[in-house]
Every structure is written in structure tokens, then in C-alpha cells.
Design a protein around this ligand. Sequence first.
Ligand SMILES: Cc1cc2nc3c(=O)[nH]c(=O)nc-3n(C[C@H](O)[C@H](O)[C@H](O)COP(=O)(O)O)c2cc1C
Length: 465
Amino acid sequence: MNPTLVSRLRRDVSFTGEHLDVAGRAVELRTLTPGQGAALKLLADGDHDDAELAVAVTALDGESGLLRWHMLLRGLNASGLVEHAVREGGRTGEVGEIRQIRQIIARLRLVGRGATLLAPAPAGPARLSRFAEARIVDGMPTLQAPGRHLAVELAPRAAGLIGELAAWSTGVPAPVLRLLATAGLLAPGGPQEDVETTERSHAQWHPGDLAFHARTRTPASASGYGGTHPLGDRFPPEPVSPAPAGTRTVALPVPDLERIAAADPSFTEVLERRRSIRAHDMDAPITLDQLGELLYRSLRRRGTMTGGDGQELADRPYPSGGAVHELEVYPLVTACEGVPAGLWHYATDRHELELVAEPDKATAALVSEARGAAMLEADPQVVLLVAARFGRVMWKYETVAYPLVLKHVGVLYQTLYLVATAMNLAVCGLGGGDTAAFATASGRDPLLEGTVGELVLGSRPRMEG
Ligand SMILES: Cc1cc2nc3c(=O)[nH]c(=O)nc-3n(C[C@H](O)[C@H](O)[C@H](O)COP(=O)(O)O)c2cc1C
């Protein structure tokens, strides 16, 4: 078997004989020589190696046509219009009926935007980057490095290359290494200088975090930036109001915003006074009125609209990308005057609490985790569990969907912090939580709705005032 580099035009590029058609858009080429036209036709029809293309060019243009062909090919690669692959050739069969076989074992695929110019193979041993991600795409094992616009698709029979390149190796053919190097899949350095573990810039990143960061912050590496509605034709949008949580509800008093505005400390005073407070007044717990006022001022639904795409949108006091407002708040009450203990859901449109679960082992686990995270001496009076209805965001957005959720958690945290400060309540945001524990306590499907943030809340201890 003799691995050879071959090329073809991208699947979404066709050649009319005069110009290229790229995903329905005409790309004009300067006047083509007969040899260039013949070679482009070969590239449009399938995979060919340099020698096969050179024969087509020289047959019509002579040897002198090769330089101009290479310049044209370079331009096509710079525009990302070419796909490179490694073909194995060989013979198979019994004497007398020997057949020539040609199989593609690896292919460089454009998955974002950018050039397809091939990089050289490394001179010494090679290893896959520890950031390389392997996924099954369209039934093929596919490797991609964070932030790169190219991926390498392996034929299933060539997937053993991943094992071979798990450690520094000299056993992989150069054409395959060239594809991997072009896609940024090879580790920098060498066996004596493993940059990915010695340099802080590389060592500090977990592969999952870097893949997430790169996918969501490098539009050239992944298609799907902005409101692309990836599920628009398969699922209806989720309604702005979640299904009612249960039959037991507690109505919350509607606060008088005019009276509050007249009595509130100034905005600057609130900002300057804001602190994370990790203790609650156990003798005088937070009240139903206070909890209701905090929720009302921070996240009640002020209005409902319908977007141009047909999705119901909401207006709340804090901002939300596309006004999608996927966040739901679940007050987990241990001690709140006027609200029985348990896991409640705040209905932003009806301004009421709906009981999701009576206190049990699962809710106790959530309380104790929040207590530990905030280093509280006693159970927090209330844990505000912030959950995301992922489908609201993911119906509309692709690469920015999950980052938007996290940004929304941030703006909601700050809004709750500021309103709680103005109300003289004790609040402290938490940096981590357990979405599986929330799923157990709430019965929610964690893939549809899961916790993405939490804060502890209570009455402010008197000595803090
Ligand atoms: C996103 C976020 C996560 C936090 N996580 C925790 C936490 O898990 N435990 C905790 O005790 N405090 C947590 N805090 C509070 C910070 O420790 C606190 O904001 C910081 O020490 C500054 O103090 P200040 O809020 O009083 O200005 C968090 C704050 C934020 C904004």
C-alpha cells in the first residue's frame, strides 16, 4: 500500500467549464487554458494526485503550463475550495485476476471558513494534540482541533491511526501527517519538549473547556453563528411560559413600585453597598413579602411579544439575548415566613410560587451543597436555583446558544444582588452546583431544563447592617 496525497474540489463546488459554482454562487476565473480546464474537470469529478493532474495539463498546455496551473491551484486552496485526502493504492485478488484498489483513508474537510493550503509533515516524531477531539460525523470518525476550520475524517479502517498517534510516533505516513498538521491536530514540540504540558498557555486548558471556548468564540471554525434556527423546521418553538409546575401555589403580593422608588437608596449607594453576605438572621427569617418583592423587581415578566421567527419572547427587568428569557428561578425554601419549606418554582408571568417538591432527601442534598459552597454556619434560608430551559435558546441559536445562557446567569446574578442590596437582604452567588441533584429533586429532564446557577438568600444579620 502506497499512501498518496490526492485532491478534489469541495463537494459544494462544481465546474461549469468556465467558472466555478460555489454553493449556488458563481466564482469567475481568469481565462483558462485548455490544460487548466481539463485539470479542473478532473478535480470536479473526483480525487486525483499531482501526477494525474500534471498529465492533463501538459497534454494540452505543454510542460510550460505547469507553473501557471500550480498558481491557479494555490489560489483555489487559498480560497478553501479544494479538499485534500490520502489515497491508498494496491493490488488485491488471486493470480490472474489481480485488481487495482484505491481507497481514501483520510480526508481534510472544511468545517468553517478558511484556506486549504497543505502544511508540511513534521520532520521528527508526531503525536496527536491533547486538545484533538474525536467525534462521529456523518458516520465517519472525525478529528478536529479547537478553533480550526478544518477537520480530518478517517475511514473506519484507518481509525487505528488515532491509537498510533496517542504517543510520539514515527510510524505514520507523511501524507497523513500533512493532513493532520494542516488541521492543527498535531502536538507542538516533540518528545523532549511537550509544549502542551510545559507551557502555561497550553497546560492551563482542559480540552473540553478549550473546545467550548473555541467553538463559541471563533466563528471561522464552526458554522452557525447568530440566530440560525437550527431546529426551526423540526420542532416548534417552546412557549415562553413553562407548563404549570403543580397545583399547590402561593400568591405573592405585588409590590408598589412607586412607593419603592421613592424609598430606595440611590443607585450609587446600592452599587457601593453591594456585598456577598454569607450569614442570615436566624431569629427573623426572610418573609414572603420580601421574597416576592425581590423576585418581582428582578425577573417578573413585564410583557410578552412574538418574534419575527414566531417564537414567543418576554420582557423582564434584566436583559436577555434575543429577549428569549430561558431562565427560570426555583426558590428552595428552608425558612421563609409565609412560605412552607420545599422546592418552589417562580412563575414570572403570574407572580406566584408553584410547589415542585416537598422537602425530602433530594432537596436536602441541594440545601447542604449550597450551604457548603457558601461556607454558611447554618442552612441557607432560601437557595435560588437558576435553571435554563435550553430549548428556548437552542431553537434559535447554534454556536452562541450555551454562552448566552451563561451570560444571562451573570446579568440575573447582578440584578438579584442589586435588588437584594436595595432591600437590605443577604445574598451570595455561588460558583457551582449539581444539575443531576436538581434533576432528582425537581423531576425535570436535565437535557431540557437544568440548573446553571445558584445563589443563597436570607434576611440580613443585624450586625451586618
Ligand atoms: C459567579 C459568582 C460565583 C461565586 N461563587 C461563590 C461561591 O461558590 N461561594 C461563595 O462563598 N461565594 C461565591 N461568590 C461570591 C464571591 O466570593 C464574592 O463576590 C467576592 O468574594 C467579592 O466579594 P463581594 O461580592 O462582597 O464584593 C461568587 C460570586 C459570583 C459573582
